[in-house]
Each structure stands twice: as structure tokens, then as C-alpha cells.
Unconditional design. Structure first.
Length: 192
């Protein structure tokens, strides 16, 4: 028992020290003139971007998650399908629709707001959380949720305009309720 407690303590102390010294989040930085760069592993909420200086980065949307397109993520697909009340095959199809939707929404130069917080992922290239505004001034999260192509999910942060994330999430839930009622996207494939 003593050895087990000692081992547990040895593991927890560095973690607690790290948590106490986590650097504060940076303020949002606005990046105008960004360009979508199609890649095989892009999806509706995580994609490659060429910045105005031509540096390529991957960004992942705050607040939303679109279904996966690849069967290798079976556990994620099952979780996403459960959210919408659809089959795994239907979730994969919605994932493909979400990818195409994002690609089309970002055909013209767009704006990214990021705090340079790293997002998890399986790419060798780091990815960063972001909020994306299309060329016509629309929030990509709102568009995806309104189309029934994304679930409300993920890391939260205060918004660049100072709004609290709870206010923003309530707005996304209203859009989701409207998408459900209109049976758009995944909601059209779910059992009423």
C-alpha cells in the first residue's frame, strides 16, 4: 500500500506543479486574408490554412465538432452519431458534407481569430484553436450548426469581441434547435 501511495504521489506532484505554472492564454490575434488549403485529412472543423505570409498551419474550430469522414475513428464516429441520433454510416456522410461545406464557405479570403492555444490531433503539424469569420462576415461555427453539420462541443474561450462563452453557446443552441426543427443536415437523418 505504501509503495502504491508513493508511486501515485510521484506521478501527481509533477502534474500539479505543471498545472500551477500553465501560462495564461494569450489575447486573440486577428489574421486577415487567410486561404483554405485543401488536404486529404481536412474536415469540417479542422483544416489547413495558408496565412498571408504563405505559412501553412492547421486550425481547429472552438465550440463545434463535425463528424469524422474516416472509419479509422470508429469510437469518435459512434459518439458523433449518438449526438445526432443517426447511424455511423450517416455520420460519415454528414462528415463529408461538413468538409465540403467548410471548403465552399472558405473559398474567398477569410479571417481567423486565435489565441495560439494548441489543439489535440494526430497530425505531425501542430494545430491551433480558432474562430473563423468568412469573407462575407459570417461565423463558420454558426453556419455549420445552422446547417445541421456540427455538434456543439469542445474547448471554450471568451470570444474576441469580449462575449462570455456561455452567451455564445446559448446562441449556438438556439441555432441547433432551429436546425433540428427544420431537419437540416444530420437532423434530417435522425429518428424524430
Amino acid at each position: 500500500m505504501t509503495a502504491r501511495v508513493s508511486t501515485l504521489t510521484a506521478l501527481l506532484v509533477p502534474l500539479l506543479a505543471f498545472a500551477q505554472h500553465t501560462p495564461p492564454a494569450q489575447p486573440f490575434q486577428r489574421l486577415d486574408g487567410c486561404a483554405y488549403k485543401p488536404q486529404r485529412w481536412d474536415d469540417g472543423n479542422s483544416f489547413h490554412v495558408n496565412l498571408p505570409d504563405q505559412k501553412e498551419l492547421i486550425f481547429r474550430l472552438y465550440f463545434v465538432d463535425t463528424p469524422e469522414e474516416e472509419r479509422v475513428y470508429a469510437d469518435r464516429i459512434a459518439e458523433q452519431a449518438g449526438y445526432f441520433g443517426i447511424t455511423s454510416d450517416a455520420a460519415i456522410q454528414i462528415g463529408r458534407e461538413a468538409s465540403e461545406f467548410t471548403k465552399q464557405a472558405l473559398t474567398k479570403p477569410f479571417t481567423i481569430y486565435t489565441r495560439w492555444r494548441r489543439a489535440p490531433g494526430r497530425s505531425a503539424i501542430w494545430r491551433y484553436y480558432a474562430i473563423v469569420v468568412t469573407a462575407d462576415g459570417r461565423d463558420l461555427n454558426e453556419l455549420l450548426v445552422s446547417a445541421g453539420l456540427a455538434r456543439i462541443y469542445g474547448t471554450r474561450t471568451p470570444l474576441p469581441d469580449g462575449r462570455d462563452s456561455r452567451t455564445y453557446l446559448a446562441h449556438l443552441r438556439e441555432l441547433e434547435t432551429q436546425a433540428k426543427a427544420a431537419r437540416r443536415g444530420a437532423w434530417g437523418k435522425s429518428q424524430p
